[in-house]
Design a protein around this ligand. Structure first.
Ligand SMILES: [Mg+2]
Length: 155
């Protein structure tokens, strides 16, 4: 069992929403309100959707040729994937998290677990979450961001 003096263990899951689409939008402020989709490597399928594209009912994984009509009708902006950009944005976010949290486990390109055990002796988890969101926004301008804490009682 953990050697933390019987403190409850608390973790946060940080998850950037619509990550690839959000990265594309960062560099195209003119597309702020525009539905955006990002395609897989071979431009075959939708692998990311902005919230506007989700609201139009565009499904994850759908082959692009099946939604040609919707793309035209709703002026959906379509991007080929740019993994160099997403990797760079991911590193910025993760570097930020590592600067703030005692321990970070990067789980995927846009998700990480933070070990926040004991943080609440200094500040509330809500305040810490706000601090994380502010720092990530300042350093990466990504604002669509989930910060969910969960924990369990040490045995
Ligand atoms: Mg995500």
């Amino acid at each position: 069992m953990s050697n933390n003096g019987g403190m409850n263990q608390v973790f946060a899951l940080v998850d950037c929403n619509n990550f690839y689409a959000s990265c594309e939008k960062l560099f195209r402020p003119d597309l702020r309100e525009t539905p955006v989709v990002v395609l897989s490597n071979n431009d075959g399928c939708v692998v990311a959707r902005s919230k506007e594209a989700k609201a139009l009912g565009i499904k994850m994984g759908v082959p692009i040729h099946l939604i040609k009509t919707e793309i035209q009708r709703h002026r959906i902006k379509v991007f080929s994937s740019n993994y160099t950009l997403y990797g760079d944005m991911s590193r910025r976010v993760m570097t930020n998290l590592e600067a703030l949290a005692p321990r970070v486990d990067v789980y995927s390109i846009d998700e990480a677990f933070l070990d926040l055990t004991g943080i609440n002796q200094v500040m509330s988890f809500e305040a810490f979450g706000r601090q994380v969101k502010d720092a990530v926004y300042q350093n990466s301008h990504l604002s669509h961001f989930n910060f969910v804490t969960f924990g369990w009682v040490a045995a």
